[in-house]
Design a protein. Structure first.
Lengths: 112, 116
């Protein structure tokens, strides 16, 4: 079956713009995770959903970052008033079992 | 807080040879999982192998095996009979009971180069 998909794959934004990144998890996967991967670094946890409930958002770096999963399937990560330090690859993962994620290909965000 | 350390930024191996990637971690939790993920240049992270802390037996998946030393908090990955397709960034990761096993803490990664 299809894996986790993310769109867009690449996004260039001017500083101050808002962006929305989409994640389509594997069908039936209850858990969904967002990670941020800066260049040359390992991914860092942002937030976690179980179905539509956001159970952990401790990794979101500021209140400019917002994630939702209103129907317990597709998730959107929104970044308001983007800054240069937001430039990174944003990875989404879904899972039937906690922490055992099937990762998507990521969205590379570049903020100019 | 839990930390994961990969002290080798880059490793090289020739095809058909064996290579070991190192990982150490720090935790006060009694139960946790450890993982090795592979990230090829296309960026899609792939799970290579998983180890449950309460299991003494080292996990093995085909050419991939781990050496889990719980007391030393060490979790190395051995790749046998290396292939060109093994070239990638390898990340060691940890997930613990305090987070409900819901989050992964990653190391900085080791770039594995494979030469013919």
């Amino acid at each position: 079956g299809a894996g986790v998909s993310q769109s867009p794959r690449y996004k260039v934004a001017k500083r101050g713009q808002d962006v929305a990144l989409r994640c389509d998890p594997i069908s039936g996967h209850v858990s969904l995770f967002w990670y941020q991967q800066a260049l040359g670094q390992g991914p860092e946890f942002l937030t976690y959903f179980q179905n539509e409930a956001q159970l952990d958002k401790s990794g979101l770096p500021s209140d400019r970052f917002f994630a939702e999963r209103p129907e317990g399937s597709v998730s959107t990560l929104k970044i308001q008033r983007t800054q240069q330090e937001d430039s990174a690859v944003y990875l989404c993962a879904s899972s039937l079992e906690l922490a055992l994620g099937n990762f998507g290909p990521g969205t590379r965000l570049t903020v100019l | 807080a839990q930390t994961v350390t990969q002290s080798q930024p880059e490793m090289s191996v020739q095809e058909a040879e064996t290579v070991t990637l190192s990982c150490t971690y720090d935790t006060s939790e009694s139960d946790y999982y450890l993982f090795w993920y592979k990230q090829p240049p296309s960026r899609q992270m792939i799970l290579v192998i998983r180890q449950e802390a309460y299991k003494q037996q080292n996990a093995t998946e085909n050419r991939f095996s781990v050496n889990f030393q719980k007391a030393a908090k060490s979790f190395s990955l051995k790749i046998s009979d290396s292939q060109l397709g093994d070239a990638a960034m390898y990340f060691c990761a940890y997930s613990g009971m305090n987070s409900g096993y819901s989050t992964l803490t990653f190391g900085k990664g080791t770039m594995l180069l494979v030469s013919p």
